[in-house]
Ligand binder design. Structure first.
Ligand code: GDD
Ligand code: MN
Length: 379
């Protein structure tokens, strides 16, 4: 191809047999159309002399990132694409990408150019000389920096999360929230069954799951600013993080999803009680009517919260969400009958507030138990 006047950076000779990759670089993407081609070119330059491949794991980005990735893959066989439909989540995408590798080493890095690809050869050297199983790019060791890549709020939130992880999970990493690391694939295979697919904190999850069985090195890097597109980390992701900490603390006995479900259930009981009293005291409704109405209010907020939090990786939107809500009403209708039935049995006409509260509560708890049983059978 030399001599045709066109620059072919980032292109492998398509006719030459491809050496088996020694390093897979997993690139999770969600709306990174403009960043991905630049990143592949930069990887090509940074990894010269190393047999590498890139595994793009795209969650069906609306901006067409997967198509862009396939155009690159069509002329560069070192680039592979996994397009996931109907699922969302950074951690799950990273795990899936790592498990699709057959190389000895796998790296995970953001595809938005915020991570410094020139660190990859140093990470590989640290692992291949046998000194470590996991190399972490850290913003918090000598020479590293969060740079201008994080806003003030994000920086302090990230600091708090670091402290929580260190204290609660006894993780000694300086930057457990880093999304940039390289690991021996054999270790990924070993730990994979214990990893959660929810949330953003894949590294923290790996280290907490390994319980001290990984030899770790940290290498400094400076977090770059994002040029195209925007960050997908939001407050719900912070909740996922708390969920991960909780589930690791209780030793993986319960899943993050179950914890979320319980939290949502508990909030539903609170909503129920508030609605019940408001309708009886302010609205002057009779107990059975108010209890029934309160049940529907709590069911609606429960559904909404579960859809946003517990099952956010397969969240329903628009009409599908509405249909889901009505299905939920139908599934829970037996729970409603049980709820109002129990509550009315307990309830007495001239009872004081405390008794009304107890009656409402008995019903709400009854309903919650039913809903939990029904949902776990159904899903
Ligand atoms: N497949 C997939 N699915 N990829 C995703 C998803 C998802 O649901 N959400 C985000 N990504 C991809 C983005 O396209 C990007 O390549 C990378 O994951 C990081 O996402 P950002 O949205 O840019 O995250 P950030 O810059 O706010 O957060 C980064 O820094 C944090 C520490 O401050 C990430 O590296 C985090 O892992 C890290 O904790
Ligand atoms: Mn980013």
């Amino acid at each position: 191809m030399p001599g045709d006047g066109i620059q072919h950076t980032g292109e492998a000779d398509a006719t030459a047999p491809l050496a088996a990759a020694r390093l897979s670089v997993v690139l999770p993407t969600y709306n990174e159309r403009d960043n991905l081609p630049v990143l592949i070119d930069r990887l090509d330059a940074a990894l010269a002399g190393i047999a590498w491949e890139a595994i793009v794991v795209d969650d069906n980005s609306p901006d067409g990132t997967a198509d862009v990735a396939r155009v690159i893959a069509a002329r560069d066989p070192r680039v592979r694409v996994i397009r996931r439909v109907g699922r969302r989540g950074l951690s799950g995408a990273c795990v899936e990408g790592m498990l699709a590798s057959s190389a000895d080493y796998v790296a995970v890095m953001d595809a938005d150019l915020q991570h410094d690809e020139t660190l990859l050869p140093k990470m590989l050297a640290a692992l291949s000389n046998g000194a470590a199983d996991l190399a972490v790019a850290s913003r918090h060791v000598e020479g590293g920096d969060v740079g201008t890549g994080l806003s003030g709020v994000r920086a302090s939130g990230s600091g708090l999360a670091n402290r929580l992880a260190r204290v609660l999970l006894k993780v000694t990493l300086s930057d457990p929230m880093s999304g940039f690391f390289m690991i021996r694939r054999s270790e990924v295979e070993r730990l994979a069954p214990g990893l959660s697919s929810q949330g953003f904190k894949i590294l923290l999850d790996i280290v907490a799951t390994a319980r001290g069985s990984l030899r770790i090195v940290e290498l400094p890097f400076v977090f770059r600013e994002r040029l195209h597109g925007e960050s997908k980390l939001d407050t719900l992701v912070a909740l996922d993080f708390l969920g991960l900490i909780l589930s690791k603390l209780v030793g993986d006995l319960v899943s993050i999803r179950f914890l979320m479900f319980m939290l949502v259930g508990a909030s539903g009981v609170l909503v129920h009680m508030a609605a019940l009293f408001a309708m009886m005291e302010l609205g002057g409704l009779s107990f059975p009517v108010a209890q029934t109405a309160a049940t529907f209010v709590a069911m609606t907020t429960n559904f909404w919260l579960n859809n946003r939090l517990t099952y956010r990786d397969r969240r329903l939107r628009g009409f599908a969400a509405l249909r889901g809500l009505f299905t939920f009403y139908v599934v829970c209708s037996v729970g409603v009958v049980a709820n109002v039935g129990v509550a009315s049995l307990v309830y007495q006409e001239d009872a004081g507030r405390i008794l009304i509260g107890l009656a409402g509560l008995a019903g709400a708890v009854m309903g919650a138990v039913w809903n939990y049983a029904a949902s776990s059978v159904l899903t």
